[in-house]
Design a protein around this ligand. Structure first.
Ligand code: ASP
Length: 438
């Protein structure tokens, strides 16, 4: 694949574990020049990268590859259920982040970078023309259901879906296995969200059509975690930071929050991480996950004090209280102390912190979830995070359906009008001068 220069450069930085600054020093150009090579083609400040630079970086990559794999700890954790595949690839199911190594996650991100111009509506591709996605959502969803659908349709496929139990034959007592096998006759890939932990693996056991876990109860949400890690990498690239050694603060409902479970496991594939886990009493991270992360050599500090956690955080990943899963925990009196708002961030955090949330945030009075007073602040990355859902999910479909090598030459220009930014509070993220602070 002759990669576009932006994809080539981002991939090189990930593989070599270099920031923009250190890559520019390594190849002897200014950081400003490198930044202009990384901008989208349509940006006024974009510059073509000289062929000599591409060759030089390719040589550095080849030398590093012959010195051993670029990522040291690319060992997927063992899985316990036989129906869970141990790797991610063509026609496999995607059930858990345990299927990923650092290397396979970063390969996927390279493909997501290739998808960016399609997700940004600059290019069109029809590589999945004729293919059908079945979206089976037995629990509430906005982002996951719609972004999977958008990703599939933007690659030329069609989507068929069912929402909730009421209008599916499960309301008539049909088993997971019968439903799964039936849908396999209608679709080329299936996404399932279900309220019971482990249930999506049961769907997968009954089909050879690739099936993706869109969230199984308090279990996992692997595609959200991939989007979250991809977002961290892109934000860090802008800020000149590396994921290795980062301090990640995860707050909120860590007991039932499946996105937090998947994300911390995925981030633990990096080196020397520091995790501070802030939760109200009774909603702490499950001990088996804490033990796994600590056993991988990372520093894990559980606390119930935001003031202790926030100073020197690189990322604050805040989550919603999963009220639909609570089993009598009494938390309402504590919640105010866990709210992430502008005052807490201004008072305790470094100016280059980023604030993330898998969304939805609960904006009802008394919920004390992520406050809206940070809206419009460059440190708030939540809508850059939701936007990244489309290219990452496109990359997942392309890999599962074996068309990843066809994307580049399938691209045509999009013909319709698109706004310069998608929301009133958006920053033009590709601008070189995106503010990193308030
Ligand atoms: N949308 C995420 C999930 O499905 C987070 C949440 O619902 O709070 O897990």
């Amino acid at each position: 694949m002759n990669l576009p220069q932006q994809v080539f450069l981002r991939d090189a930085m990930r593989t070599l574990n270099l920031t923009r600054e250190s890559l520019s020093q390594r190849i002897g150009c200014t950081k400003r020049a490198l930044d202009t090579w990384l901008l989208p083609d349509e940006s006024g400040e974009f510059r073509a990268m000289p062929e000599m630079a591409r060759r030089f970086i390719s040589e550095i990559l080849a030398a590093s590859a012959s010195g051993g794999p670029a990522s040291a700890q690319a060992t997927p954790a063992a899985t316990t259920t036989t129906s869970i595949p141990t790797a991610f690839g063509r026609l496999s199911h995607l059930l858990s982040v345990d299927q990923f190594s650092r290397d396979t996650a970063e390969r996927l991100f390279m493909l997501a970078d290739v998808m960016q111009p399609i997700a940004r509506r600059r290019k069109v591709s029809r590589v999945l023309e004729g293919a059908v996605l079945a979206n089976l959502f037995f629990e509430a969803s906005t982002r996951t259901r719609l972004s999977f659908a958008s990703a599939f349709m933007r690659l030329g496929g069609s989507v068929s879906d069912t929402t909730g139990f009421t209008y599916s034959s499960m309301a008539k007592g049909e088993s997971i296995a019968d439903t799964s096998r039936t849908v396999s006759g209608y679709a080329d890939v299936i996404v399932v969200r279900h309220p019971e932990q482990g249930s999506v693996a049961q769907f997968a056991a009954a089909t050879h059509v690739p099936l993706i876990n869109g969230g199984d109860g308090a279990g996992e949400h692997p595609t959200q975690a991939l989007i979250d890690l991809y977002t961290v990498q892109r934000e860090f690239s802008r800020l000149g930071k590396l994921v290795d050694g980062a301090h990640i603060v995860i707050t909120g409902d860590l007991k039932y929050g499946r996105t937090a479970h998947s994300l911390i496991k995925l981030l633990s594939l990096y080196r020397h991480m520091r995790f501070t886990l802030v939760s109200p009493p009774s909603l702490e991270m499950p001990s088996e996950i804490v033990e796994l992360i600590a056993a991988r050599g990372h520093i894990v500090t559980p606390t119930d004090s935001l003031a202790h956690a926030l100073p020197d955080a690189d990322v604050i990943y805040t989550t919603r209280i999963q009220r639909e899963r609570l089993t009598g925990e009494k938390i309402d009196d504590f919640l105010a102390a866990f709210e992430i708002n502008k005052k807490a961030i201004d008072q305790h955090c470094r100016p280059d912190v980023i604030v993330m949330h898998p969304l939805p945030r609960d904006s009802r009075p008394g919920a004390h979830d992520l406050h809206t007073d940070l809206d419009g602040d460059a440190r708030l990355a939540i809508f850059r995070q939701t936007d990244n859902g489309v290219p990452v999910r496109m990359a997942i479909f392309a890999t599962l359906l074996g068309v990843e090598g066809l994307i580049q030459r399938s691209l045509r220009d999009a013909l319709w009008a698109v706004p310069a930014t998608l929301g009133p509070n958006d920053f033009p993220v590709d601008d070189l001068d995106l503010p990193s602070g308030r």
